[in-house]
Design a protein around this ligand. Structure first.
Ligand code: PLP
Length: 398
């Protein structure tokens, strides 16, 4: 009998190198632990989730229903339906000041797919990709699939970009820099000055920038700028955004990229030969989402209330050092006063308190931070804080 290892499928056929090099998702690892406890009847408050706990607004659902009833159920152009590309281009030029037209837009099944296409289109084996951390782990894994090498640059103490660190890291092999603001996991929002500095560095080095702006509207104060709107940047920026977070549409799988036409055609080649196109009726729903009547403000206000609550409650437990974020729906407190690694700390909260959070390791080896998502009700957040208080007091850490 042929021995079967994790790297071998069957009949001795091994998986590809690129799959063997890929790490499993850190967030899914937490979910597995949660599911195992839930199956034993343990009540868990999930603060590891990366999606709004709200329903998709009714007008968007209605638009999808209408599209289905009207038989809008066939393939669409691979780039997306023209009216949606037009509406996205107009949103990006009016709100984000990007110099884009319909031809610069590719609609994709989720923004994750747009990021994947962009990285696959730009990165060759051996190319280097600069990723300021803390960062969403999927960027690192996508670069690995593309055969590239990730060069992480840790943020400053308060999560600001380390511009000098980025400059030092860029070399002749660098081809791309990935930015994400508002940031997952820190909620940090890059200032216009930070973006100007990083734009200068990218322009001097002649490298592409991917700007992931998926949390753009989940913003509690100040503004959020697009690097692609800065002088000289439109030619080498891929701006990625989507509908998942702003419109509570995670399960619909719809996102987009805006980039120079040549980059869009390169990305579209990948879409043509994989997804073919995003789901037809979902594109109609996305078109509706972009209309001014879609109510997003109540959700943002509720997220703000929860952020304010957590940023007041957590520091009362002396183990947490919290930087109050301006955007997204996460806090990324430092827990080094516990003397534990973040993985051990998360296990303690989960096993003894029934509260699931995500360790900082996958976000760029942040062993002293944990990610707490407040995409959960205020009632559950309050219960989670009281559970954490009990566990930390028992462990002598409160
Ligand atoms: N970018 C970031 C920073 C995210 O946190 C996520 C989802 O968690 C995505 C992209 C993917 O979003 P989508 O649902 O549009 O694929």
């Amino acid at each position: 009998m042929i021995p079967v290892s994790v790297n071998v499928w069957c009949h001795g056929v091994s998986f590809s190198r690129r799959i063997m090099d890929l790490k499993e998702s850190g967030t899914l690892k937490v979910l597995d632990k949660v599911k195992a406890l839930q199956s034993k009847g343990v009540n868990i408050i999930q603060l590891d989730v990366g999606e709004p706990d709200f329903n998709t607004p009714a007008n968007i659902v209605k638009a999808a229903e209408n599209a289905l009833e009207n038989g809008f159920t066939h393939y669409t152009p691979s780039t997306g339906i023209p009216e949606l590309r037009e509406a996205i281009a107009s949103k990006l030029s009016n709100e984000n000041k990007l110099d884009v037209k319909k031809e610069n837009i590719l609609v994709t099944p989720g923004s994750k797919q747009a990021l994947f296409y962009a990285i696959m289109a730009i990165i060759d084996k051996g190319d280097e990709v600069v990723i300021p951390t803390p960062a969403w782990p999927s960027y690192m894994e996508m670069v690995t699939v593309a055969g590239g090498k990730v060069r992480e640059v840790k943020a400053e103490e308060d999560f600001a970009l380390d511009i000098e660190g980025i400059k030092r890291t860029i070399n002749s092999k660098s081809k791309l820099l990935v930015l994400n603001s508002p940031n997952n996991p820190t909620g940090y929002v890059y200032s216009k000055d930070e973006l100007k500095s990083v734009a200068e560095v990218a322009e001097d080095a002649g490298i592409y920038v991917i700007s992931d702006e998926i949390y753009e509207k989940i913003l509690y104060s100040g503004a959020c700028s697009s690097i692609g709107a800065l002088p000289g940047m439109s030619e080498h920026t891929v701006t990625v955004n989507g509908f998942s977070k702003t419109y509570a549409m995670t399960g619909w799988r719809i996102g987009y990229a805006a980039a120079p036409k040549s980059v869009i055609s390169a990305m579209n080649k990948l879409q043509q030969h994989s997804a073919s196109c995003p789901a037809s009726f979902v594109q109609k729903a996305a078109l509706e989402a972009l209309k001014p009547e879609t109510a997003v403000d109540p959700m943002i206000q509720e997220f703000k209330r929860r952020r304010d609550y957590l940023c007041e409650a957590l520091p009362k437990l002396k183990v947490f050092k919290v930087d109050k974020p301006r955007g997204a729906f996460y806090v990324f407190p430092d827990i080094s006063r516990s003397g534990m690694t973040s993985e051990k700390f998360c296990d303690l909260l989960l096993e003894k308190g029934g509260v699931s959070t995500t360790p900082g390791e996958p976000f760029g080896n942040y062993t002293s931070n944990i990610r707490i998502s407040y995409a959960n009700s205020m009632k559950n957040l309050q219960e989670a804080v009281s559970r954490m208080t009990r566990v930390l007091e028992q462990a002598g850490l409160a």
